[in-house]
Design a protein around this ligand. Sequence first.
Ligand code: PLP
Length: 394
Amino acid sequence: MTHLRTIEGFNRIGEENAFAVLARANQLADSGKSIINLGIGQPDFPTPEHIVEAAITALKAGHHGYTPATGIPELREAVATDVSSRYNTSVSANNVMIVPGGKVTMFSAILMFGEPGVDILYPDPGFPIYRSMIEFTGANPIPIPIRENNAFAFDASETLSLITDKTRLIIVNSPANPCGGVTPKEEIDALVKGLEAHPDVAILSDEIYDQMTYDNMQHVSLLEYPSIRDRLILLNGWSKTYAMTGWRLGYSIWPDTLFDPMRKLAVNAWSCVNAPAQYAALAALTGPQDAVTMMMQAFDERRLKVVDALNNLPGVSCITPKGAFYAFPNITQTGWQAKPLASQLLETTGVATIGGPDFGIHGEGYIRVSYANSLDNLMQAIERIDQFLRSKPS
Ligand code: PLP
């Protein structure tokens, strides 16, 4: 199989360490160790019952075949209605593409714009697949630093200063993984204003945590800015909001010029999204939203307690995240490097977290703690980390 190496991109493609940590955590659990997993980024709640029922009903009603590559029309309509009603915007179902997971949108967008010699800007720390896919295409990955002293929001002027005549695509993510930052409206206004001077730069806005904000922090969608709509790709989906990570469901909104290339990619790669899952997605958008509210209340309570407890650990400080379900504590004063600390925490205390450098070079000095776990488990995990840090100072 040496010829695979001639496709150079496969020497550069990366992956997501959260999956490796999950595999190691499961292995340790199978060997009898008590494991608390704060590593993986998925809600610990089941998918709401009425959504599961809608999939079962769809299967029983005979929805077993291919659907249109773009998704079933009623679901595309429901996405357009949902997004248009939640944001100050109007979206047509003709621009909505149903895809198998949020990742598929970033994969496709980066594949469309990446090639050797061009720059793609992406948040760092950020979701690891951005950089992995940029490198796969041969484009230059240009990190947009995401800083603690800016509450882990992106900084519009710093972002704009990185644009050159080689820049093809810029990726932004708010609310953000792994830091939990939510970029305020003024900063997004400034970014869009600056982008108006770069009409050839496309934008991928990853808004998969759009309904997960706290402290009355308002999520502002890039869809609300008409001046960039002709080059904006919006990534969203059901994985986080409706606790549906395993269903593999997402949607994207594409400008007219990019919609057909995206449809053709779908036809070539996945044909369509699993039919009953699309009916479940329809029920999620059109049915009661109380399960989402309940989940967010639970996340909010945990967020405050976890941040408090993390701040009581020796050498650790943690700002209060405003979105998603991650805390990103600063561990520099413990004397540990982030990856060895995350690895030791898993091996010796059974607590799985992710080292900040797994999200980019600007992640050194931090670990990611997902609070998608029960309060009891979270408190027990932090207690174990406390004992570890007190007994093994770096
Ligand atoms: N974008 C961000 C920022 C994420 O954190 C994730 C998942 O963790 C995704 C996209 C991918 O979502 P999905 O599981 O729907 O592919």
